[in-house]
Design a protein around this ligand. Structure first.
Ligand SMILES: [Zn+2]
Length: 341
């Protein structure tokens, strides 16, 4: 943002003061992998004396421009394409780095703009195709933990099949048992209702972490069951370390993502953890919710809107249905009557 830059000052050695400056365009050569790349650089120039000033922000922008030009010239993947390849598999930067056996920082640097080596570029190009990823995974599955591996295999299976809705619905029906029981709240899983609930929360909470969304969905179904004797979405919930989560949630969110209804973003935190956020995508679907269902969603939202992910996870840990089940167990809707409300 040039406007913002112009309001700041830079040190001018000639005038020996922090000076106001103009941003001007100038042809410059930047070295990238030992090659001089010519760009139209933006440089800061002292308003008083016209001396060129050092400005870190402009400098890194120029470098990025040179790196992108180099990538284009050598037909290397852009940073954005690298992000897309990783995200189509639903992998975080850390998990992707582990799978590729690259340093933790390598993929982060590439996605931030550093130019990848030709060997790394070839591997990424190869893995762009799900069938290749599937082959690669056979040799390297030891690099991922059980959960990551399961999610990745499901993603590949999804990507390898066609995009028609018929397939998705058929596929979903194989994921969950059709029998009505306390596991699904006496309702067969309803993907449209599930998607509508996800979109409801994304719409109301623009920076929605998956950890939190999972809990919101659980409370929605439990509360609806408590009030009506049947669940809203037919989702089964599983006891995982961070609280109750929808069974197969990764594949369900993946389906929404594949249709462009949601996008997931990963953000590296300073403490080494990663934030996984869901946002609204370009496509949309019509909400399939009745006024009665919306009322329950409103209630859940009202109670938890201001809760952070950790707060709501901690809160859900106190529920009887969580306390009395073990990791990996389905949490029965029989526990709905005990939820604190
Ligand atoms: Zn000056």
């Amino acid at each position: 943002m040039p406007g913002k830059l112009n309001s700041l000052k830079c040190f001018c050695e000639h005038c020996n003061v922090m000076a106001d400056y103009d941003v001007v365009k100038k042809t410059e050569l930047f070295p990238v992998y030992g090659e001089q790349v010519e760009i139209q650089a933006s440089v800061a120039v002292c308003k008083n004396c016209g001396t060129e000033l050092f400005n870190e922000e402009l400098d890194s922008k120029n470098l990025l421009m040179a790196q992108n030009l180099y990538r284009k010239k050598h037909k290397l993947l852009t940073a954005k394409q690298i992000i897309e390849i990783r995200e189509q598999y639903g992998l975080s930067q850390r998990a992707f780095a582990k799978l590729l056996d690259w340093g933790d920082k390598t993929i982060r640097r590439y996605e931030a703009g550093s130019v990848q080596s030709r060997a790394h570029n070839s591997l990424l190009l190869f893995l762009q195709h799900p069938q290749n990823m599937s082959e690669f995974l056979k040799q390297n599955e030891i690099m991922l933990d059980e959960n990551q591996l399961k999610n990745l295999k499901q993603r590949i299976a999804l990507l390898n099949n066609d995009n028609s809705d018929d397939f998705d619905y058929g596929y979903i029906s194989t994921l969950f048992p059709a029998e009505l029981s306390l596991d699904n709240g006496y309702k067969e899983f309803d993907f449209d209702k599930f998607a509508s609930c996800v979109l409801y929360f994304i719409d109301k909470l623009p920076e929605l972490l998956i950890v939190k969304l999972n809990k919101l969905l659980n409370y929605t179904d439990m509360l609806f069951f408590k009030q009506n004797g049947v669940s809203l979405t037919g989702t089964r919930y599983v006891h995982l370390p961070y609280g109750p989560v929808p069974d197969q949630y990764s594949i369900l969110y993946g389906m929404l993502e594949k249709r462009g209804i949601v996008v997931s973003e990963f953000e590296q935190l300073e403490n080494g953890y990663e934030k996984h956020v869901l946002k609204a995508g370009k496509s949309t679907i019509e909400s399939m919710l009745t006024p009665q269902e919306l009322a329950v969603l409103d209630e859940v939202l009202k109670k938890f809107a201001l809760f952070g992910s950790k707060q709501i996870a901690d809160y859900s840990h106190n529920e009887r249905g969580y306390k009395e089940t073990k990791q990996g167990d389905i949490i029965s809707y029989a526990y709905a009557e005990f939820i604190e409300w």
